[in-house]
Design a protein around this ligand. Sequence first.
Ligand code: MLT
Length: 413
Amino acid sequence: MPTVNDNFLKLAAGYLFPEIGRRVAEFAQANPEAEAKIIKMGIGDVTEPLPEACIVAMHKAVDDMSKRESFHGYGPAQGYDWLREAIVEHDYQSRGCDIAADEVFLSDASKCDCANILDILGNDNTVAVSDPVYPVYVDTNVMAGNTGEADDSGRYGGLVYLPAVEENGFTPDLPTTRVDIIYLCFPNNPTGSVATKETLKKWVDYAREHGSLILFDAAYEAFVTEPGIPRSIYEIPGARDVAIEFRSFSKNAGFTGTRCAFTVVPKGLTGKAADGSSVELHGLWKRRQSTKFNGVSYIIQRGAEAVYSEAGKEQIAELVSFYLENARIIREALEQAGMTVFGGVNAPYVWVKTPEGQTSWQFFDTLLNDANIVGTPGSGFGAAGEGYFRLSAFNSRENVEEAMQRIGAVLAV
Ligand code: MLT
């Protein structure tokens, strides 16, 4: 019998979103009359069709595949040059960020990249995460053997948890002890908070001073609406020496089912080998990707390229404002119902305090049972998320309005 990776046995709970799905399925089975009424505002999954520009480009790419002269087999593992060049021009150079096309690696998802990046990093690093946090950062460190056991609150030994709470505007303070790796996510999942240039500069300065690596998840950058808020960590001078950035087409262009993302690993960003020498992370990631990944399909990359066309940009802006309008409706309805609400201005997530006396999971049950609404309990994102609840603005307008009426009625009782 083979042995297993015992680190998996340390995982304190099932992955958050399947766990919610399991509970919802259980509820639906016990209450078949309510099943059709359930409105899902839990996982941040988009609902609106792909932008027309992407559809047109993908149709054309399918046609390319039908002819010998324009057929594509294996593509470059890092992604086609035309897409990497479009990314760099529109997402980075246009904002004054010094990033080159060969520093961009296409992939199927930033969730996977956030996890896979651990392949090229050692197991003896001190890792810091904010609390609450996107659970992938924590769970993948557990799987990789970078943590001890979980305590009663679900916090794993060996990780440094940085509370992101109301008092600090849901942006964590710098660690008081030295850490090697820091995961940051802005606009933040789950709290919807954003980091100003000053805040990010503080982190870049910390990383430069302490030789730390920032893993910056910018999957929600398209939702930044307030002027002056950075969309990329590379807007901060010096960041390319200390940060890897993860980006996604899932939330801006609705690619959750289409799958396309990218990671930027700047050249010159280094880690330390066992013999003390410096090793470029770019080379290691390239080696990792070319061994374990065969690239994103040609058709999907053509769809992603269309995101940067004039029509694509306009259509994406419309999609983003549609979801942000949902977020506004959610925020205002909950405020009117007397709730304390955060986020939802530069992010598709609204972070709400649970009613007095209810834990996150109790409020989850209240909304599921009494309003047939599914959200995400804040404690699922970490101990400091207890007492909060996340609602996703990714939904149809009809569902959002209906959900707010139902939640309002439940809270009025
Ligand atoms: C979420 O709901 O937090 C996101 O959909 C998760 C993800 O993008 O993987």
